[in-house]
Write a protein that binds this ligand. Structure first.
Ligand SMILES: [Zn+2]
Length: 180
């Protein structure tokens, strides 16, 4: 059985017992999670999320970059079209992890990584690429400085430990900006 045959078979089971047409485009916990694409750190798995609970954006390392910001700036338009303003009551959770592959990018392809992150090559040194705890705090601070994002929601920074499966709250929830 090839991969497509395998997922087709699994989807048939999902249609029978997992699918719900009642799920909404607005995440039921009003939460957006930003994480790494590493298959070991899927927020659906490690946070035991249920379908429809959170909107999840994943890239290499879960680091803030221009593409991710574009998505985040567009998402409130999606929610508004669905009848809900993104603001108070919403959460933005930044989820980084230990043993992240972004460290390999830093070592082996720093120019590509700098382009991906939207920074100069010389700035990479100061981005705490190898330290997820410092990196998640840096990113929370970076999001707080983006004026195009709705300011009313809470932001927090979490690190997942690959070796234990535990999360550690590095940056407790605080309002993105106080102007809303
Ligand atoms: Zn990673």
């Amino acid at each position: 059985m090839n991969f497509i045959e395998m997922i087709s078979q699994r989807n048939e089971e999902f249609v029978r017992s997992g699918h719900s047409a009642d799920l909404k485009i607005i995440p039921s916990t009003k939460t957006i999670i930003i994480g790494c694409l590493d298959p070991r750190v899927d927020p659906m798995d490690i946070l035991e999320l249920k379908p429809g609970e959170a909107a999840i954006i994943r890239n290499i390392g879960g680091r803030v970059n221009p593409a991710l910001l574009e998505t985040l700036i567009l998402f409130p338009i999606v929610t508004k079209a669905a009848g809900q303003e993104m603001g108070p009551g919403w959460n933005l959770v930044i989820l980084h992890h230990t043993d992240c592959g972004i460290i390999g990018c830093y070592k082996h392809a720093p120019d590509l990584l700098a382009t991906h992150l939207g920074v100069a090559r010389s700035e990479l040194e100061s981005m705490s690429i190898t330290d997820p705890r410092k990196a998640v705090a840096m990113d929370v601070a970076a999001y707080k400085s983006v004026k195009e994002l709705p300011g009313g929601f809470m932001i927090s920074g979490i690190v997942y430990d690959i070796s234990t499966g535990k999360i550690e709250v590095i940056v407790p929830p605080s309002q993105l900006r106080s102007d809303q």
